[in-house]
Write a protein that binds this ligand. Structure first.
Ligand SMILES: [Fe+2]
Length: 274
């Protein structure tokens, strides 16, 4: 199914992807970049993953409000690496989510750079996944953080929600593709197909080709790519969208679209499988 942001008005609203998980992003077609923040709601509190750029803020905030979540009930802002398309609106969110217990969570080497997105009097909000056992728990919901070093920042990580078996993959499967789909379903053929110019499934453009191109530029070290490849074979059934255009994932995951990966193979993995 080809999706077009200009004619499909459903993207004007937050989209529920799984139990308590909402896509609250949007895509600016002028730049081939998709903003893909996710709001995870559990009980009366929520966390926001990769909130988006400064110019994305108004739309993302509006969609959060449309989910019914009070910004002051946001317990944590999670940033899986420090790029501005993920972190640029951080100071806006700090102002809007002005709750006493608000945490900003990333990895320790990320936090050096993330501190530049916020006023100094907010530095105390910063938390490192390394010092909290790579987990975050709120209202009995547990998120596990899985480091993916140098893919594509030294402190990059992905986030796993065991309740829905969803992996928030950040930029791991990003691309600059002009073809954008929020939910991308790949089938078995896609994992063996090597003809990136003529799609056997009659896609206008092969998303895997664009992902490989992006990965080659953003994660060029062979050792890191091999490590990711090995890890991704065991990844769970649903993978969140990358933060750029099209996406695709390791063999047991399925693709959210340029972002949202859809269920492809159900598995019973736990964080220890990583
Ligand atoms: Fe990035």
């Amino acid at each position: 199914m080809e999706l077009n942001m200009t004619i499909d008005i459903k993207y004007d609203r937050p989209l529920q992807m799984a139990d308590g998980i909402f896509w609250v992003g949007h895509r600016d077609e002028r730049f081939n970049l998709a903003c893909n923040p996710y709001l995870i709601v559990e009980g009366d509190q929520a966390v926001l993953i990769d909130g988006g750029s400064r110019t994305d803020f108004a739309i993302v905030m509006m969609k959060i409000l449309q989910t019914g979540v009070d910004p002051q009930k946001v317990a944590a802002l999670i940033y899986q690496h420090y790029d501005p398309d993920l972190c640029g609106s951080m100071s806006n969110f700090i102002d809007m989510c002005d709750s006493p217990g608000l945490k900003i969570i990333s990895e320790k080497t990320n936090n050096l750079f993330i501190s530049y997105y916020m006023p100094r009097d907010k530095y105390h909000l910063l938390n490192a996944i390394d010092t909290q056992a790579y987990t975050f728990v709120w209202n009995d919901r547990i998120l596990n953080f899985i480091p993916t070093p140098y893919a594509h920042s030294p402190g990059s990580f992905v986030t796993y929600d065991g309740k829905t078996k969803t992996l928030f993959s950040s930029d791991l499967f990003g691309s600059y593709s002009t073809q954008w789909e929020l939910v991308l379903d790949l089938d078995d053929k896609c994992f063996t197909c090597r003809d990136y110019d003529v799609c056997p499934n009659q896609r206008v453009q092969c998303p895997v080709k664009d992902i490989l191109f992006f990965t080659g530029r953003s994660c060029p070290a062979p050792k890191r790519c091999n490590m990711l490849s090995a890890r991704s074979k065991n990844w769970p059934s649903t993978v969140s969208p990358p933060n750029m255009a099209a996406s695709s994932v390791g063999k047991k995951a399925s693709l959210l679209s340029s972002t949202t990966w859809r269920r492809w193979t159900k598995s019973e993995l736990t964080p220890s499988d990583f």
